[in-house]
Write a protein that binds this ligand. Structure first.
Ligand code: BG6
Length: 512
């Protein structure tokens, strides 16, 4: 296990700005409960939730308890919950309109940390609206709560990091004026997902795959991330973001980078991030309108979810009745380097589709037809499927002879279901991210360079290919998405693989 701490098991103070928000209740509280319950975080931990609503710590703990009971990946055990609650506090603070309130926060932190036995890791988690990221970091710097160059003082920042390349640059500069890059942990929660973390192991710990991982043996790669849910009351945000900024710029490109990067010299954060940057730099941009044939955009109209009627995107709250914001994208990406030249990397993602699934399919090249092997003609290609969610696992499709007297070929699956094997014991993404930020391991977070190249790629699409949005809405909620996505594949002589991995237990409903 990699450990980056100055001394092992350093005490932790975690300050959550946005302590009463949705992310804190749905994700952070359950994650912190599990980390405390499993003794992954030190005994000397203090969690300070900051919010603008007036209440005391006891009232906050009651709310946190309800959230943990509702959203935790396992049941709740009273004794373990008690251990967590003892370390949870609430502090009311106007963090934008009353800069002097940072002085009060500084005192609270100093007092708590004075009681700890070793230098404390001070982690600020910004779970607030993006316009507050810059002002909060500036205050943390000015008031001496986060000291520049102090490796124990770290800031975790949620997405979206900017709304385009320029605003992302400005935000980055504001933060860079206060903190060094190594103190900044930019969150992409997909990097905390088990099967995404597994990509490095699958690629670089298996002699079966690594030699084949290139254009000589791989025909194409498909990255799919679809959801049945719509914008869930986030219409105002989504109008600005759309699928390009909500999913492509971050989660999808991060998966692409991990799948296509070169082997890093070691597993240190810098080494891994450097290779991801190179992969993102090699992505061919959509530089003019002529290049947009490799892109299909969509927006959902009214339809059904689980048999119930649901509104179209334009009817969602806070969405313009003539909105041209895309809620779906399918594209053919090219990583222009010697490993991947000529291998299409198809990406598709969208909201309000018929299933929720994140999956990466590696399609290997077919063997050439050989006249003297007529029974082997027309066999499907070998597929390696990395299922990120809901089933979590890996599946390898090969061709064998069916048992019996006749020589009949059959497609079989070698299937590893992590989900069934570690039922309920697989940590959620935010558990991993919080743990690694405490340990000081930045490899699960995105560096500025990665972000910069992701933004450039997305801006190329936004500037040159938005003409396609004229026909919106162009798919019905609850369906497979726009037909154009299938046409794009058909024109390339390929198809999207729809692989169903068996999933048992909780979180398996691919329709939810
Ligand atoms: C978030 C997006 O980053 O990721 C959401 O803002 C999206 O719109 C979500 O639904 C998907 O995450 P997950 O973990 O549910 O696949």
């Amino acid at each position: 296990m990699l450990d980056y701490q100055e001394t092992p098991n350093q005490p932790l103070t975690l300050v959550i700005f946005g302590g009463t928000g949705d992310l804190t209740h749905r994700k952070l509280m359950p994650a912190l409960y599990h980390l405390m319950a499993d003794r992954r975080l030190p005994e000397e931990t203090a969690i300070l939730a900051i919010g603008r609503r007036g209440m005391d710590s006891e009232a906050y703990r009651q709310q946190a308890r309800a959230s943990i009971e509702r959203f935790s990946r396992t049941g709740v055990e009273e004794e373990r919950l008690g251990r967590f609650m003892e370390r949870l506090f609430y502090h009311r603070m106007e963090f934008v309109s009353e800069p002097d309130s940072y002085e009060g926060l500084r005192k609270i932190l100093s007092e708590r940390e004075a009681g700890f036995s070793a230098p404390t890791v001070r982690l600020f988690f910004l779970a607030v609206a993006p316009e507050f990221f810059g002002p909060i970091v500036e205050q943390l710097g000015q008031r001496g709560l986060a000291e520049r160059g102090n490796p124990n003082h770290r800031v975790m920042i949620e997405k979206p990091f900017g709304s385009d390349l320029e605003t992302a640059r400005t935000l980055n500069q504001t933060i860079a004026n206060v903190l060094e890059e190594r103190q900044v942990y930019r969150i992409d929660h997909y990097l905390g997902k088990e099967m995404i973390r597994n990509i490095l192991a699958i690629r670089f710990a298996n002699s079966l795959f690594e030699p084949l991982w290139n254009h000589h043996y791989i025909d194409n790669i498909q990255i799919t991330s679809t959801e049945t849910l719509g914008v869930q009351g986030r219409g105002a945000y989504y109008e600005q973001a759309g699928i390009l900024k909500d999913m492509l710029q971050n989660h999808l490109l991060q998966m692409l980078a991990l799948i296509t990067m070169e082997p890093p010299v070691d597993l240190e954060p810098e080494s891994v991030r450097d290779e991801k940057v190179k992969a993102l730099r090699s992505l061919r941009r959509f530089e003019d309108e002529n290049s947009c044939g490799g892109i299909v955009m969509g927006q959902y109209g009214a339809g059904e979810e689980q048999g119930k009627p649901v509104p179209g995107y334009r009817q969602e709250e806070a969405v313009d009745a003539n909105s041209r914001t895309p809620t779906y994208i399918a594209l053919r990406a090219q990583v222009d380097n010697f490993r991947w030249g000529g291998v299409p990397i198809y990406i598709r993602a969208g909201k309000r589709l018929d299933r929720s699934r994140t999956q990466i399919v590696i399609e290997f090249k077919r063997l050439p037809g050989v006249n003297f092997y007529p029974d082997f003609e027309g066999q499907p290609p070998n597929l390696l499927v990395i299922e990120v969610q809901p089933a979590e696992g890996m599946y390898f499709q090969i061709n064998l002879k069916r048992p019996g007297n006749d020589f009949v070929m059959e497609r079989v699956e070698l299937n590893y279901s992590q989900h069934s094997r570690f039922q309920g014991n697989v940590p959620e993404a935010y558990e991993q991210l919080l743990l690694e930020a405490w340990r000081g391991n930045a490899s699960l977070f995105t560096s500025w360079d990665e972000l910069e190249h992701s933004w450039r790629f997305v801006e190329g699409i936004e500037h040159n290919c938005s003409g396609q949005n004229a026909q919106f809405p162009n798919y019905a909620a609850g369906g497979r998405g726009p037909e154009g996505a299938d046409r794009m594949m058909a024109l390339d002589g390929r198809k999207w693989w729809e692989i169903e991995l068996p999933c048992e237990g909780t979180n398996c409903d691919t329709k939810s």
